[in-house]
Design a protein around this ligand. Structure first.
Ligand SMILES: Nc1ncnc2c1ncn2[C@@H]1O[C@H](COP(=O)(O)OP(=O)(O)OP(=O)(O)O)[C@@H](O)[C@H]1O
Ligand SMILES: [Mg+2]
Length: 240
């Protein structure tokens, strides 16, 4: 396995009086897809938000490509080449699809070939390009949310439950888009409840419970090992 692009060492996050992350140790290898699994409330979203600087770690260290990013602001973390697809989609309802996409790029302009690639993965975004994002359906908003995070090339994509609410055909497009990102050398940390989707895409996997990582290994090993699945899938999801 290649060296990690991102490392969390003993990361704790408090939200108000609550101690949510309780010493998270996580390696995300460069150039692969790492799945982050775990039951509802395990701390997956909090982990992604802490990496992105949307929550501040109260203890521990987050390293991206050799640089300590633990105390950096979200805009600085973004400038280093990290983007997030937030769990609650994070789109601007009053702006058009086009305006939402333009705001997502640091360079101010989406490259034509990048836009063609996005439209081929998510055709409704082309159809509704000039429409207010607030008028999109739930699944279409989810597509826009993913499209914003991939609107220009980044080194690390943090993606929180992208398949939620999407029709099967679009889930396949999404899986292909994530494979394309990986083929182009990007690294992805992906939270997912759909195990078949996770199994098809993941190179490595970490399972969280109660604010800790309780298992880390290869996805192939977890997919093949019934004992491991029983031990950890029970924690992470109802069906395998
Ligand atoms: N803003 C907040 N204020 C207080 N507690 C919070 C807040 N956000 C999250 N928590 C708590 O932190 C814990 C972890 O939440 P988190 O959203 O990280 O879980 P998750 O693993 O993403 O779950 P899910 O699979 O349901 O999305 C939960 O117990 C949740 O109630
Ligand atoms: Mg979550």
């Amino acid at each position: 396995m290649s060296e990690p692009l991102l490392t969390l060492e003993g990361v704790h996050t408090h939200i108000a009086q609550y101690h949510i992350l309780q010493g998270v140790n996580l390696d995300v290898p460069k150039g692969g897809v790492t799945m982050l699994l775990g039951r509802n409330g395990a701390g997956k979203t909090t982990t992604l938000r802490t990496i992105m600087g949307l929550w501040q770690a109260s203890q521990g260290k987050i390293t991206f490509d050799g640089q300590d990013i633990t105390r950096l602001s979200t805009p600085d973390i973004s400038r280093l080449g990290i983007s997030i697809v937030p769990e609650n989609m994070g789109i601007f309802s009053g702006l058009t699809v086009e305006e939402n996409m333009r705001l997502a790029v640091l360079s101010g302009k989406i490259a034509d070939d990048r836009l063609d690639w996005i439209f081929s993965a998510f055709p409704p975004l082309r159809t509704f390009w000039k429409y207010p994002a607030g008028n999109l359906s739930g699944g279409q908003k989810q597509m826009l949310s993913v499209a914003r995070a991939v609107a220009e090339e980044r080194r690390l994509y943090l993606i929180d439950e992208p398949s939620k609410g999407l029709a099967p055909a679009i889930v396949s497009s999404l899986a292909k888009a994530i494979k394309d990102l990986k083929r182009d050398g990007a690294t992805v940390l992906l939270v997912e409840q759909n195990f078949s989707f996770a199994k098809a895409l993941g190179d490595t996997v970490s399972v969280m419970d109660d604010g800790h990582i309780v298992h880390s290994g290869s996805m192939a090993e977890l997919a093949q090992d019934q004992n491991l699945q029983t031990r950890f899938m029970g924690l992470s999801m109802e069906t395998a």
